[in-house]
Design a protein around this ligand. Structure first.
Ligand code: LRH
Ligand code: MN
Ligand code: MN
Length: 424
């Protein structure tokens, strides 16, 4: 199904008077409101192809209905999101969960929804039915060079798929590590990983980036070979200018100061971008901003400050992606909520009085610094984000319109009850 302009206009017409009142009230006190809106309008957050179906836990999976069973249907789903919010203009593919057999056709289909292809993701954390060597004991780190070679070749194949689609980055996340002390020689595992990544890096096209994602633990529970930003940055520095560190918000040990990590990676010119999600305990993959919205704001506060300091284009300078999984909510609604939460945090960060904050820091005025940040965070910026949507031709309230239009039931009618998405 497609959402036509008329439905969006009718929906907006109904909410417009109330929205205009709220926006005018807010805008009166915000001197840079037009700048904030312009930045929000340009901001696009990529949707992962693996988040469009209902995810599971290791104890069970309760599949939703009308899930996208093919890559074409996943693209259609992201098209629906983009029509509703005009902020989800790209899809990130995980290969081989999604294989674009006919790249030209897939590219044209995506373009018909206004979508581009974001980073492509390789998968050497699962065995595929036709592969020769197993990844049970790792892939790029493996003690057997044959396994490493196979994993390198897979990444090269993924780059080639990405080139055909117009992607500009490869994201490598490895499950490699060990679950018991003594199982692994840490240095050799790291060296093997570096050599394998070098072989992949050598195949990157000139205008591509390599995103090295880290994760503290899971599925390995004693050591992970790329476990934190230090290990990822070490690799990225050794690899070269096209390699960067990717921050997935759920991949840290509890209470890690992610905003500080982000600030230093930006300073070093090595921040790839994000996999946005939220968590209470570990890699919970919950909706962005659902548990720790203040942390999300603090991350954006560092991003805005750091991007401005380095002259980075907010819209295109970093990779903005969601990496979430939904086992209770409708995945499409959940993704709309994530995109909205990310934009809200970004808008709030754009309201921070940078000069006043700098001055407070210079005179060690801890109270003033806190007040400045929290003044921005406690501003209800929803009317600003809604105004940006209105100007883009998106829905004032995407979740409400999704429900009003009965989108899920229509997808069930088209695809059937049994349609289950591939992926996590
Ligand atoms: C690992 C991860 C990584 C994978 C995705 C499916 O936890 O965050 O980005 O590619 O999940
Ligand atoms: Mn991730
Ligand atoms: Mn993860």
């Amino acid at each position: 199904m497609k959402i036509d302009k008329k439905s969006i206009e009718q929906h907006n017409e109904q909410l417009k008077a109330k929205h205009e009142r709220a926006f005018a009230y807010l805008a009166e006190d915000i001197t840079n409101v037009e700048e904030v809106i312009a930045k929000l309008e340009k901001f696009q957050i990529a949707i992962p192809s693996w988040a469009l179906g209902t995810g599971g836990t290791r104890f069970g999976r309760f599949s939703g209905k009308g899930e996208p069973g093919t890559l074409e249907q996943k693209i259609e789903d992201v098209g629906l999101l983009h029509a509703l919010n005009q902020s989800s203009g790209a899809i990130s593919l995980h290969i081989p969960w999604d294989i674009p057999e006919d790249a030209e056709k897939i590219k044209a289909l995506a373009a018909s929804f206004g979508l581009a292809f974001d980073a492509v993701n390789s998968n050497t954390f699962q065995d595929q039915p036709d592969q020769e060597y197993s990844y049970k004991f790792g892939s790029l780190q493996h003690v057997d060079p044959n396994v490493r070679k196979q994993a390198v070749q897979h990444n090269i194949d993924v780059i080639n798929h990405g080139v055909a689609l117009g992607s500009k980055a490869l994201t490598v996340w490895l499950a490699d590590g060990s679950s018991f002390p003594g199982q692994l020689n840490f240095r050799e595992a790291f060296q093997n990983t570096l050599e394998s990544l070098k072989a992949i890096y050598a195949h990157l096209p000139e205008d591509w980036k390599l995103f090295v994602e880290y994760k503290a633990f899971e599925p390995n529970f004693y050591s992970t070979t790329i476990a934190d930003w230090g290990q990822s940055l070490l690799l990225a520095n050794k690899l070269g200018d096209k390699a960067y560190t990717l921050v997935d918000l759920g991949h840290h040990l509890p209470n890690a100061n992610i905003e500080q990590i982000v600030s230093l990676l930006l300073m070093e010119g090595k921040l790839a971008g994000f996999h946005f999600n939220d968590s209470k305990y570990a890699d919970d993959d919950l909706t962005a901003g659902s548990v720790k919205p203040y942390q999300l704001f603090l991350i954006f506060n560092e991003l805005v400050e750091g991007m401005d300091a380095r002259g980075i284009d907010h819209a295109t300078g970093l990779g903005w992606m969601i990496d979430a999984s939904h086992n209770l909510k409708d995945p499409l609604v959940d993704l709309l909520q994530s995109v909205d939460a990310i934009k809200l945090a970004y808008a709030q960060a754009l309201l921070v009085d940078r000069e006043a904050l700098k001055a407070a820091q210079q005179r060690n005025d801890v109270v003033a610094a806190q007040e400045i940040l929290q003044n921005a965070y406690r501003t209800d910026v929803r009317p600003i984000v809604a105004e940006a949507r209105l100007r883009q031709g998106a829905a004032l309230n995407p979740v409400a319109l999704f429900n009003e239009l009965n989108v899920r039931n229509k997808l069930v009618a088209e695809r059937g009850n049994q349609s289950v998405a591939t992926g996590l």
